[in-house]
Design a protein around this ligand. Sequence first.
Ligand SMILES: [Zn+2]
Length: 117
Amino acid sequence: MSYLLTCPNCGKREVTDFAYGGEVVPRPKAKPSERELNTYNYFRRNVAGVQREWWNHRSGCRAWFLAERDTTTNEVKWVGLPADRGSRDGEAGATAHGAQGPGAQGIGGAGSGGITA
Ligand SMILES: [Zn+2]
């Protein structure tokens, strides 16, 4: 199903302009246990409802940004750059690390398949 997504830099575009980066998950502490690391890498909440996600404007400005999307209707409730996230919620553990987008720290790119130019 196609829908419109609003890039914080470029405005409304078809969702096919973007790459999905997965749901936002809090990063583990500096030296995580194997269980914490596995949970971070592999477990997702996969909610039926509004969830916060990473998106990349791969066919535009190539910026990583956040969106809150209702997964049952694809209605996008909010979009913002990572710098905006602090004002959006008081999520403990939300740090500047997130500003690099998902997969910026090693293993990764979950959900980034097909991005290669
Ligand atoms: Zn853009």
